[in-house]
Design a protein around this ligand. Structure first.
Ligand code: GRF
Length: 197
């Protein structure tokens, strides 16, 4: 039986689209839900256009009460009965208590070569540091932010004159290759990290 994958987004959802488009044919998984923490996420319409069920759990009414937000998030996910959860540009920090409920079953993509540049503004920080390469990482989500076991990385050069925007535009297509490749491997029980290209 196919594994069920819930994909959590906050924005344009290009990684979500790459994941969803990969889950066809003999792929061992299918998307069961695309969930956003904001109704404005343009990825929601893309998911609906692909025939994927969508849900919104808006974090704003829960301001100051992260536990209440996560309780609704958990209920909404539970209704979709996912085997795996893929965070794909999901811009809320999840608590350790929440993450532990999905130990080993939640993946994230982060736009840096972890362990470098956890958190935000990764491309600006890589350029400011004078790095010659950047990239992206897919990892298991653990209680520590951007810190779980690495499942795959893809590298790109940082070129003279790069800005955070030009670098992001070079990294994003690599994300779209890496994340589906790792998801497929994880669905098949393979967790040894892959390195691209
Ligand atoms: C990606 O760069 C992801 O790594 C980062 O936010 C961006 C989301 O892009 N955390 P999208 O919503 O998948 O298009």
């Amino acid at each position: 039986m196919s594994k069920r994958v819930a994909i959590l987004i906050s924005g344009s959802g290009s990684n979500m689209v790459a994941l969803a488009e990969s889950m066809v044919g003999d792929h061992p998984a299918r998307p069961c839900l695309v969930l956003s923490n904001t109704p404005q996420a343009s990825g929601l319409a893309k998911a609906r256009a692909m025939g994927i069920e969508t849900a919104v759990v808006d974090h704003r009414p829960f301001k100051g009460d992260r536990a209440a937000f996560e309780a609704v998030l958990h209920e909404t996910l539970r209704a979709a009965a996912p085997d795996l959860i893929a965070l794909a540009g999901f811009m809320r920090v999840l608590t350790g208590d929440f993450v532990r409920q999905y130990e080993g079953r939640m993946l994230n993509i982060h736009p840096s070569l972890l362990p470098k540049y956890k958190g935000l503004d990764t491309h600006a920080r890589a350029i400011a540091a004078g790095d010659t390469e950047a990239g992206c990482t897919v990892h298991e989500v653990t209680a520590e932010l951007d810190d779980g076991p690495i499942l795959g990385q893809a590298r790109v050069p940082i070129l003279p004159g790069d800005t955070p925007a030009t670098l992001a535009a070079r990294v994003l297509p690599m994300e779209h290759t890496l994340y589906p490749a790792v998801l497929r491997r994880v669905c098949l029980g393979m967790r040894a990290p892959i390195m691209l290209p």
